[in-house]
Structure formats: C-alpha cells, structure tokens
Design a protein around this ligand. Sequence first.
Ligand SMILES: Cc1cc2nc3c(=O)[nH]c(=O)nc-3n(C[C@H](O)[C@H](O)[C@H](O)COP(=O)(O)O)c2cc1C
Length: 197
Amino acid sequence: MEAVVAAKPVIKVAAICGSLRKGSYNRGLIRTALEISKESINGIEMEYIDISPLPMLDTDLEVDGKFPPVVEAFRHKILESDSILFASPEYNYSVTAPLKNAIDWASRPPNVWGDKAAAIVSAGGGSGGSRSHYHLRQIGIFIDLHFINKPEFYLNAFQPPAKFDGDGNLIDPASKDKMKDVLVALQAFTLRLKGKN
Ligand SMILES: Cc1cc2nc3c(=O)[nH]c(=O)nc-3n(C[C@H](O)[C@H](O)[C@H](O)COP(=O)(O)O)c2cc1C
C-alpha cells in the first residue's frame, strides 16, 4: 500500500524590498524568491508588495481612523499574509528609510504585523547588508514579528565573481540554493506558528 503524504497547507508570503532603486540587488533577491517559491517549493504563495507609493509617515494623514488609500491597501496586504520576506539593504549600518517607513505605517493601531513569521535576506557592500538584519530584528520585537534565526542570508554584491547581472537579477547558483533554504525554513516556522505542522 502506498503511503499517503498530506499536502502542506498553502501559506501567503508578502515580499518587501527596502530599496526603491530600479536595478536594486535586493529586489533581484525577491525575484529569485518568487521564482523558487513558484517552481520548487510546494505550499508557498508569494506576492511582491511595492512600498514605493507610501507617503512619508505623518499621523495627520490619518483621518477619522482611516489611512490614505495606498496605506490602507498596503496594510491590507500585510494583514492577509501569513509571513513576510524582507529584502533589507543596509544604509549606514541600519535598515533603509523606505523600509522603516513601511513598517511604521503597518504598525499603526491596529498593528497588522503581529504574530507573523518573517525572514530577512540582503545584498549589499562589505557586510552583505547583515548589520541591517539586527536592527530589523530589534524593530520586530515591538511589533510582534517572529523572525527565523537561521539560515542567515546576506550577500556581498560587489565581490567578484559577479553575483548579479546588469539588471539586478541574481545569477549565482549557490546563493539561489541559500535562498531556497531560507524559504523552506520560513515555511516550516510559519506553519509551526499557525499550529499547522
Ligand atoms: C545612503 C547609503 C548608505 C549605505 N550604507 C551602507 C552600509 O552601511 N553598509 C553597506 O554594506 N552598504 C551600504 N550602502 C551600500 C548599499 O548597501 C548598496 O548600494 C546596495 O546595493 C543597496 O541595495 P540595492 O542594490 O538593493 O539598492 C549604502 C548605500 C547608500 C545609498
């Protein structure tokens, strides 16, 4: 008799990039994550959420408990996701201003990040953006995001041989494997948090 393997419940992952740059390496990492989640992992539905339309946070823009429409739309995308993949470039040893802005908007009451699983990947200079991970993890404490601890993924984008092509697409096979490991860990942790494994 053949063993029946139960299909994994599908989780929704919101993928967010902290860089607004057209040729962003970090958005390249998200494109790779989208490709891997579609083609080689069962049970992940990933969507890229663009943070570039968000205005700079100003609580005067909140009127009668409502947010500007683009903020409402962003908050809704986060609310309906089970977990978050952050591609977090490092600016001056920390997270970027656009990413912090997006995080702050979605943290306004009611905080829509709460109880979700999250993972961080990054590409950058010497440290590969890794110092931004620790600031992002610290931010996560207050907004009740739960980050996977390992595997850690940070990539020096400037060290030869080239890891990205001219359009910011990841072309390094070893890094693609690492990305898959991160996504598998995020999926497992998300299901654990939801009590579905
Ligand atoms: C304002 C600014 C500050 C930066 N600070 C750092 C830094 O502290 N550490 C680092 O490794 N790279 C730093 N960089 C380099 C970025 O990590 C690098 O440009 C990276 O490619 C940005 O990500 P992106 O390709 O997704 O836009 C900085 C870049 C800018 C624009």
